[in-house]
Write a protein that binds this ligand. Structure first.
Ligand code: A2P
Length: 256
């Protein structure tokens, strides 16, 4: 059996010149947990070229959805960005990843910290009813350079609240906090600065990060992860894994 499934593109959405998302069919045998990633790609010059992509859609959806940046010099994304409805995509049969509720100790507030396409796995997590059963408040932070890069902003402030299954929980428990660094916006600044200055806690009306009550998942660039990790460790949070639950988990966003 091949290590890859052949799925068909059913929808493409271009957010900016450097960011797009797309949906594909989903083989009924393809199973994953919300928050996981899998390898996806295309045959290029006769060989499969694959990269790790977090799955935007949930395990309950009949389709798969992915969010991608476009790196003009990137071997995969430069070609992948040209896909259209009806095209075929390779999807790895073995999803994996650490951004799982099960890797975190029970807590009160769940922070989902993301920059750029690091938002992808959290779109799945915020549509999972278990997230709201396990945590009182879920704070989704998305940091981007520009307003246009705040992918899914309108979905997160609109359609998601009407979702049949989680809409009610989202209204009461989800706090969506988009922030922009290089343009005017209602919330500005890097996630790290917003945390160290305490501004984010004032804005959302929650106390500063606390290892007893708060759990964190993060996904972004290596620099963002390093700097956020320092803040979490200073607050006394410890990293979790499949083997041992912790107070935070992280995953590198797809970068090149
Ligand atoms: P900034 O504009 O100040 O660099 P990128 O597109 O480079 O991945 O950045 C996405 C977002 O993440 C930008 O808003 C960027 O802010 C921010 N960012 C970059 N590096 C860090 C970091 N080390 N900690 C927190 N945010 C970061």
């Amino acid at each position: 059996m091949s290590a890859f499934l052949n799925e068909t593109v059913t929808h493409v959405h271009r957010w900016t010149d450097s960011q797009f998302s797309f949906r594909t069919t989903r083989d009924p045998g393809f199973r994953f947990e919300n928050g996981q990633f899998t390898m996806i790609g295309l045959p290029i010059n006769g060989k499969p070229l694959l990269r790790a992509y977090s799955i935007v859609s949930t395990k309950y959806d009949e389709y798969l959805e992915f969010l991608s940046i476009i790196v003009p010099t990137g071997a995969l994304t430069s070609t992948l960005s040209k896909i259209g409805v009806g095209d075929s995509i390779l999807v790895g049969r073995k999803p994996t990843g650490t951004l799982l509720l099960d890797n975190l100790k029970p807590g009160k507030n769940l922070y989902l910290l993301s920059t750029g396409t690091g938002l992808a796995p959290f779109l799945s997590v915020v549509r999972d009813f278990e997230t709201y059963e396990r945590f009182e408040k879920v704070i989704l932070v998305h940091g981007c350079r520009t307003v246009a890069e705040l992918a899914y902003h309108d979905y997160l402030t609109g359609e998601l609240l009407q979702d049949e299954v989680v809409g009610g929980m989202v209204k009461n428990q989800l706090i969506y906090y988009p922030t922009v660094t290089r343009e005017e916006f209602r919330t500005k600044g890097r996630i790290t600065d917003l945390m160290t200055s305490g501004k984010i806690y004032q804005d959302i009306g929650l106390p500063p990060l606390n290892a007893e009550t708060d759990r964190v998942m993060m996904c972004g660039s290596p620099d963002m992860l390093r700097d956020c990790r320092t803040i979490l460790e200073e607050a006394g949070l410890k990293e979790g894994s499949q083997h041992e639950e912790g107070e935070y988990v992280l995953e590198k966003a797809f970068v090149g």
